[in-house]
Design a protein around this ligand. Structure first.
Ligand SMILES: Nc1ncnc2c1ncn2[C@@H]1O[C@H](COP(=O)(O)OP(=O)(O)OP(=O)(O)O)[C@@H](O)[C@H]1O
Ligand SMILES: [Mg+2]
Length: 329
């Protein structure tokens, strides 16, 4: 596949493992004509079921790109949990850190003819706080980057665990990457600022930088976003992505940036059919390139490239593993 060959030209050193901590859910996507009013009966035109959850999507894409990837999250002891394990294993995600809860979480997304998405989520086992066992402690040492998301900061117990994992990663001299996620505005201020204080690579979208900076105007928000962490890469949908790096930011090989840098890269010119998981794919392409010690311009290019492939397919991870159930479209 074109994506694989483009991204696997330079191998990721084994010591550049990535530890992904977060949600593994099941995505149920339903394509409909229009959202019904309450009480109406309406027809589903087509559907798709597969692994979802921001962290799981990114872990699957990273493993697909050949990055040594370890996933930590909680899923249910049920058929959906088995599906998640099977799909992750099929692409080579190290699932030895998965912990087990009661019911696997899921998301139901209704997509109308205008591509408007209406979502309902049940986080299930993925809202459980992870127990910090000795393999997890070892992973904080053996992983060059920890990637987690704002979803992990919503509940106090879970947030405390994720913060202590992130602090441990930092203490080991490794890096913390954070996708703030759309609900970052709901994270208590004290937890949010503690997490941002230890984040090296921040991966927000347009809406999330507005929340984090308090600025609706894009150029003002980007200007302020430069100070949110040492490396901030902002996803701008069909406009591509923008990145600012501060002097002193550490590359994957340990070298430090000697002056402030700023980059912009256009999105791939494609016909998007479903943007679910676009941000997660961007994160994977970006971090894979970072871990390959490529140039910063390439981190953005690689993020846009992979996300640009994903938006041409229905489902967040269909490009990397076939949907477990789908209807003909
Ligand atoms: N219409 C599009 N055409 C080409 N590329 C796109 C399009 N929409 C999104 N992308 C790519 O996907 C990346 C992420 O998209 P976006 O900015 O929507 O992130 P997001 O809102 O975090 O996504 P998600 O809904 O998955 O969380 C963009 O930076 C771009 O590279
Ligand atoms: Mg996103």
């Amino acid at each position: 596949m074109e994506v694989a060959s483009q991204n696997s030209s330079k191998p990721v050193p084994v010591e550049n493992q990535i530890l992904v901590v977060g949600d593994a859910l099941i995505d149920h996507q339903y394509w409909i004509d229009r959202m019904p009013r309450a009480g109406e009966d309406s027809v589903i035109l087509s559907f798709l079921k597969n692994v979802g959850g921001s962290a799981a999507n990114t872990a699957i894409a990273l493993a697909f790109l050949g990055v040594p990837t370890k996933f930590y999250g909680t899923i249910g002891r049920d058929p959906d949990g088995v599906l998640i394990v099977d799909q992750m294993q099929a692409v080579g995600v190290d699932i030895s850190g998965i912990q087990w809860g009661e019911v696997t979480g899921f998301t139901i997304t209704m997509i109308d003819q205008t591509s408007e998405r209406t979502m309902f989520s049940f986080r299930g086992a993925s809202s459980n706080a992870l127990s910090i066992d000795s393999p997890l402690l070892k992973s904080t040492k053996s992983s060059r980057v920890l990637l987690t998301s704002g979803y992990q900061l919503l509940y106090p117990d879970q947030a405390q665990v994720v913060l202590s994992i992130a602090e441990r990663v930092k203490a080991e001299g490794n890096l913390v990457a954070l996708d703030p996620s759309p609900l970052i505005g709901d994270v208590p201020e004290e937890i949010r600022s503690r997490m941002l204080g230890i984040t090296d690579i921040l991966l927000p979208n347009r809406h999330e930088i507005a929340v984090l900076t308090g600025e609706e105007d894009l150029s003002t928000a980007l200007e302020k976003a430069r100070h949110l962490s040492k490396c901030v890469a902002v996803k701008l949908g069909s406009r591509g992505a923008w990145m600012a790096i501060q002097e002193g930011f550490q590359f994957a090989d340990g070298q430090r940036v000697s002056s402030d840098l700023c980059f912009q890269a256009p999105a791939k010119q494609v016909q998007a059919v479903d943007t679910t998981g676009a941000g997660d794919a961007f994160n994977a392409g970006f971090l894979a390139s970072f871990l390959r010690d490529e140039t910063p311009e390439n981190w953005l290019r690689s993020g846009n490239n992979l996300a640009g492939e994903v938006v041409q397919h229905r489902g967040a991870v269909s490009l990397f593993c076939s949907p477990s159930q789908t209807s003909a479209k």
